[in-house]
Design a binder for this molecule. Structure first.
Ligand code: AMP
Ligand code: MG
Length: 403
């Protein structure tokens, strides 16, 4: 290992190695949420398809508004409109097509209709309460571009231009191996001294499923070179990417790095990151490999910072990063650290902004610090923080759930 690698640099190197996304497939729109668009969707129609009324009211010519106007048509939503003669009005409802010749709609609350004649209160401007054809989407416009991670509102947008199916990437298959002789699956009745339950498998499965990916379960792998090699080879054949937890540290019981180096190629980094540190990256045959640390809190943080953006890129996501959020520090850092620290914090409203209150125990062995927090607050290496200073925060619900 050489000198500690900044997180941003590690991420850049990892992202640069991502190859082609998986093949595309057609899916019904109802199955497309959380999938990655594999085509540019061009609108075959305008939305809305015609000028239509934004109100229940009366359609007329703006220049006629000062005089009583006989009501000659009634146009409900879904109805059709005949031409509007000058000096007349049409009763109209929200979403109904504006009759040719009319250039404004007056809401019914501003009108009085008696004996088939309507009188309008107040001035009227051309264009009032009319939603013009194509105001949302012009015919021929790109509705959504390839690489878009489809949100619920995107499905509505695709439906609005008439799409019932859409081409998306096949979900990435990600194999997870939990290494460690001390590990026991939850459900076992009792732990022998020195054993512990395998928590990383569940954290990683949840993170992957939350990203719309397939979790390929490699279970627990013992700290043994042959077993490790066999598990890695199986995983590389079964998945688009292999992720391990543990076994990439410096001890002689850490077999993952040697076996990956033997089966493919490996880079081993000491990240300038807290909680975190060791990260292995490489290939097993042609399959990308990420070796996360073993420590459950480090696993979570390293996954969110490095593995998650890498997997998104492998999956074919092409979206600009969200701008950073900031909060006022509800803590201080008196001594500058040598690694970028991701403090587990809870965000609370604070005036017009947010305040980040630290979880009392920031030890990297305390997984409850992640579970009981709502964000990670970033304290860069070499920096001190005074209470009230603005710090960058990453929302855990976005890292571990949302898009
Ligand atoms: P390692 O990098 O393999 O030395 O693991 C570092 C620490 O993380 C040790 O205390 C391990 O017991 C713990 N650890 C490793 N894997 C897991 C896991 N799957 N679940 C819970 N703790 C783990
Ligand atoms: Mg281990």
């Amino acid at each position: 290992m050489t000198s500690p690698l900044p997180v941003a640099e590690a991420l850049e190197r990892v992202l640069a190695s991502a190859g082609e996304p998986p093949a595309s497939q057609q899916v019904p729109l109802l199955d497309a949420r959380g999938r990655v668009l594999a085509e540019d969707v061009i609108a075959p129609v305008a939305v809305p398809g015609c000028d239509n009324s934004a109100m229940d009211g009366y359609a007329l010519r703006a220049v006629d508004a000062g005089q009583p106007l006989p009501v000659r048509q009634r146009i409900p939503a879904g109805g059709s409109a005949g031409p509007l003669a000058p000096g007349t009005a049409a009763r109209i409802f929200t979403g109904a097509p504006v009759p040719p010749g009319a250039d404004a709609v007056v809401m019914q609350e501003d009108c009085v209709e008696r004996d088939g004649v309507v009188t309008v209160a107040g001035p009227v401007q051309p264009g009032d309460n009319i939603r013009p054809r194509g105001q949302d989407i012009a015919e021929g416009a790109t509705v959504l571009a390839r690489g878009r991670l489809l949100r619920p509102q995107d499905l509505g947008l695709l439906a609005s231009v008439g799409r019932a199916q859409v081409a998306v990437r096949r979900p990435l298959r990600v194999a997870v191996l939990s290494t460690g002789d001390e590990l026991v699956e939850p459900g076992a009745v009792a732990l022998a001294p020195g054993q512990q339950f395998n928590s990383n498998r569940y954290t990683l499965a949840g993170l992957l499923l939350g990203m719309g990916m397939e979790f390929v379960d490699g279970g627990i792998v013992p700290d043994d070179p042959e077993a490790t090699a066999a598990a890695l080879q199986w995983a590389a054949g079964a998945a688009d990417c292999v992720i391990t937890s543990g076994g990439v540290s410096v001890g002689e019981e850490d077999h993952v790095k040697q076996q990956v180096a033997r089966l493919g190629r490996l880079e081993l980094w000491k990240l300038a990151l807290k909680p975190g540190k060791p990260l292995a990256f490489g290939r097993i045959g042609a399959t990308p490999f990420l070796g996360l640390p073993g420590n459950p809190t480090s696993v979570f943080v390293t996954f969110c910072l490095i593995a998650r953006p890498f997997l998104r890129r492998l999956q074919g996501v092409d979206e600009p990063a969200l701008p950073p959020l900031r909060a006022a520090a509800g803590f201080s850092v008196a001594r500058p650290g040598s690694r970028q620290d991701y403090l587990r914090v809870t965000l609370q409203p604070d005036g017009a902004g947010l305040r980040a209150l630290p979880y009392p125990n920031q030890s990297s062995g305390v997984l409850s610090s992640v579970s009981r927090s709502s964000a990670l607050a970033i304290v860069p290496a070499g920096v001190t923080v005074a209470p009230g200073d603005l710090v960058e925060v990453l929302l855990l619900d976005l890292l571990a759930g949302g898009p």
